[in-house]
Design a protein around this ligand. Structure first.
Ligand SMILES: NC(=O)C1=CN([C@@H]2O[C@H](COP(=O)(O)OP(=O)(O)OC[C@H]3O[C@@H](n4cnc5c(N)ncnc54)[C@H](O)[C@@H]3O)[C@@H](O)[C@H]2O)[C@@H](O)CC1
Ligand SMILES: Nc1ncnc2c1ncn2[C@@H]1O[C@H](COP(=O)(O)OP(=O)(O)O)[C@@H](O)[C@H]1O
Length: 527
């Protein structure tokens, strides 16, 4: 059955909520499934269904295309393309179906060999060169789940043509150049295609489609055809998740006897003013986090500033309900013991002296930005950092810690390069979670949320709209409100789901506040 998974950039709440969570299978798991189902079906059935599904979607998407160019590689991905060409030709679609096939007959897998014979028998035209002009439709079947190394030579040249071709392009299974497991882009070619593009995943959805380079390369929509077999019984490698609404909000509406003490307390620590921090003020970061926590339903929100009282703001005109403190006053009042603490948003180095106390005092802690930087390379193997010991001690007590690094912060924690983190985002998030025994939210395109012993979640929502200063502070505030309202249950994976759903909700906020002209800023996300 054919299903739309992600629509045009940005995910309206309703669609994402209705569709997620969805299981994601990497290349090895997909191959196992393919072998299992192929063994139970007549020869070539899966490839027949795959090629037919590609042809069907091509016709539906570009019904008026006259010249269709299929770029096909030498593996089974190319086989899908060859079979799609055969089916389009047999259906009398368009005026010319041509295939540029870069395979070698003697090295063809059995299914692709059969597909090649089908294309030849159907009278498809074979061409040697890339078109000089733009065909009405291009079908990208160069490489699929079999790609795990850099492209070179003829394949690289073909991919560069593909990425710069302005024609509407339908990618078969995965955009060529993308690693199915990692979301890594293996080619020295632009990730973002020049023309309109959609991707049709076959049999399974692969994690790489949704994180790292995946979203940029896959185009405006990702479809999936399960080839009429039931893959869902198999254990996935990860889950694709959407927002789950905002249960806190629904509960509050129904809770007539509620009072502010019942809705969850959040303490934001950050927002150092310029006067107290070498002329570099970051009050806005804590404001954004505080406003987001308040808007997301927290009953009481304090903002504690690591600075002397004389330089501490006392009032936010947009949200006068925010209560201001110095960090010392907040600690003296015992706020960290009873509130969920969100530490780091614009805290600068002033956080370091109190971080140890926070780790020891607060059962629910979100560490963002400067709090993460304060941890240094705590997550490298064999680290004897006192911060690592403090994080593990928290886990041993059953306390909740959520780390929200962007790729650079994750790289610092792992003493790695940003490119290493981005090359394998799921693995980087899992490493961080294993070593710190915390819930990790690795931000960026396709935010990854994981914790030790759990399958990672990839957030389905979000787009380049979120790449605006302060949007991470808004997420930290939302997480604070969500954790503050969290009722402990046995099943820790429910907490992971709640954290992932919060990140997914954050991903939908720009769509809710975008106008035809203005790009949303972080202040629009947390007014
Ligand atoms: N066999 C079947 O029944 C089915 C196959 N399917 C298709 O099969 C694909 C996977 O097929 P394969 O495992 O054959 O893999 P691919 O077709 O993705 O790639 C393997 C081929 O590409 C070459 N290759 C890999 N990396 C390269 C590089 N960097 N430079 C140059 N050449 C490179 C390999 O030598 C091999 O010829 C899926 O993506 C999907 O499109 C699915 O349609 C499901 C059904
Ligand atoms: N291209 C993108 N696609 C999806 N989400 C993005 C993208 N760029 C940024 N984001 C999201 O925006 C937020 C930015 O957070 P961060 O980098 O900490 O910014 P800041 O420190 O300015 O608040 C994160 O939630 C991140 O996942």
């Amino acid at each position: 059955m054919l299903r739309l998974v992600l629509p045009l950039n940005g995910v309206p709440d309703s669609i994402a909520a209705a569709q997620a969570p969805r299981p994601l299978y990497g290349a090895a798991a997909t191959r196992r499934l393919e072998q299992k189902f192929a063994a139970a079906l007549p020869p070539h059935t899966l490839m027949d269904r795959a090629g037919t599904a590609v042809a069907r979607l091509a016709r539906a998407w570009q019904p008026h295309a006259r010249r269709i160019h299929v770029l096909a590689g030498g593996g089974n991905n190319g086989g899908d393309g060859l079979l799609a060409a055969a089916r389009l030709r047999q259906a009398g679609f368009g005026e010319r179906i041509e295939v540029r096939w870069l395979g070698q007959e003697e090295r063809l897998p059995a299914d692709a060999r059969w597909a090649l014979a089908q294309a030849r028998a159907a009278g498809v035209a074979f061409v040697e060169e890339a078109p000089q002009d733009a065909p009405d439709l291009v079908i990208d079947a160069l490489l699929g789940a079999g790609l795990h190394r850099p492209l070179e030579g003829e394949m690289l040249a073909a991919l560069r043509w593909l990425q710069t071709c302005p024609s509407p392009t339908l990618c078969v299974d995965l955009p060529s150049g993308l690693d199915a497991d990692l979301g890594h882009w293996w080619a020295d070619a632009p990730v973002q295609p020049a023309g309109p593009r959609i991707t049709l995943a076959l049999l399974t959805l692969k994690p790489g489609l949704f994180t790292g380079a995946g979203r940029a390369a896959a185009g405006e929509a990702i479809w999936c055809d399960d080839l009429d077999v039931d893959v869902c019984a198999a254990l996935p490698d990860a889950w694709l998740v959407g927002p789950d609404g905002w249960p806190h909000r629904d509960r509050l509406r129904a809770d007539h006897a509620s009072h502010k003490g019942r809705r969850g307390d959040v303490l934001i620590i950050g927002g150092v003013p310029a006067a107290a921090h070498h002329g570099i003020g970051m009050t806005g970061a804590a404001l954004l986090a505080g406003r987001a926590a308040l808007r997301a339903g927290a009953g009481r929100v304090w903002v504690a500033v690591p600075a002397p009282p004389s330089s501490t703001p006392a009032f936010d005109p947009a949200q006068p309900a925010l209560m201001w403190r110095t960090v010392e006053a907040a600690l003296a009042e015992g706020l960290p013991q009873r509130a969920t603490v969100v530490a780091g948003c614009g805290a600068g180095s002033a956080l370091v002296p109190v971080l140890g106390a926070l780790m020891q005092q607060t059962p629910r802690l979100v560490l963002d930005a400067d709090a993460l930087n304060a941890l240094g390379a705590a997550a490298v193997p064999g680290s004897n950092s006192p911060w690592l010991a403090a994080l593990r001690d928290r886990a041993a007590r059953g306390w909740i810690t959520v780390l929200t690094p962007h790729p650079l912060e994750a790289a610092r924690l792992l003493d790695a390069q940003v490119a290493d983190v981005q090359r394998a985002r799921l693995q980087a998030a899992e490493q961080l979670a294993q070593r710190t025994e915390a819930i990790v939210v690795l931000k960026g395109s396709g935010t990854v949320v994981t914790m030790p012993g759990a399958l990672p979640r990839i957030v389905a929502s979000g787009s380049g709209w979120l790449a605006t200063a302060g949007s991470g502070d808004v997420l930290a505030g939302l997480l604070g409100a969500r954790l503050a309202a969290w009722t402990p249950v046995e099943d820790m994976s429910a907490l992971l789901d709640a954290v992932a759903a919060t990140a997914a909700l954050h991903g939908t906020l720009p769509a809710a506040s975008s106008s035809p002209i203005w790009a949303p800023t972080a202040a629009d996300l947390a007014p």
